[in-house]
Design a protein around this ligand. Sequence first.
Ligand SMILES: [Zn+2]
Length: 256
Amino acid sequence: MVIAAHPDDADFGPAATAARWIDDGAQGWLVCCTSGDQGGEDPDLDPVELGAVREREQRAAAAIVGYAGVTFLHGPDGALANDLALREHLVREIRTFRPDAVLATDPETLFYPGGGVNHADHRAAGLAAVDASYPAARNPMAFPWLAKGGLDAHRVRRLYLFWSNHPNVWVDVESTFERKVDALRAHASQIRDVDALMERVRAWAAEEGERIGVAAAESLRLVVIDDDEDEGPAVHDDVSAVGTIDRASTGTSGAS
Ligand SMILES: [Zn+2]
């Protein structure tokens, strides 16, 4: 399960990793906390209409990646807060789709090493995803009406945080990188110069790929909550072998 603040975050983030794990047999589900209704530069634009456009773009992109579906939580773009309401929404999603792994923005990323500030919504969504994954989703006494209503507690075993300043796994995405590119193209309302953007995205993937000697890779920060022998060793080396990583999503019970 990928949890993101805005439509397009998941596609700039771990889309190629998600596509690869889905190809390997995982079920994927995408949760967008907002519909990106502030994602424009025209104050006269109708935010409701923009949100609807961006939901359509995200659904098209999600189909390219191969997710089984998308949930939009309709949180406020630009004002997302890691509050109990958002946590409850995310616990509902987690308990419904029961993922082994949750992929989310690294909430500890405030600044990027090359310059730039990480959007407050990305930090809030990341922290909300972490807090929902542990301990709330696994604790039947958290939001007890959920368990009483039939949404049983669920243990998320791994977090994979993207846009992290502390990546510790690199996933070979050579086979699915073009799907990420196509998914990004689906976000037409957000892209001004598509060629320049794709050049940047290719350069990032190539740079990450150099770390493990492949043409394209995505980096993630793995946090193991529950170790599990059937998923192979939890690797925390600076550069980890790809084969030990992609099994994480292919457990029998579910989604990533
Ligand atoms: Zn975003």
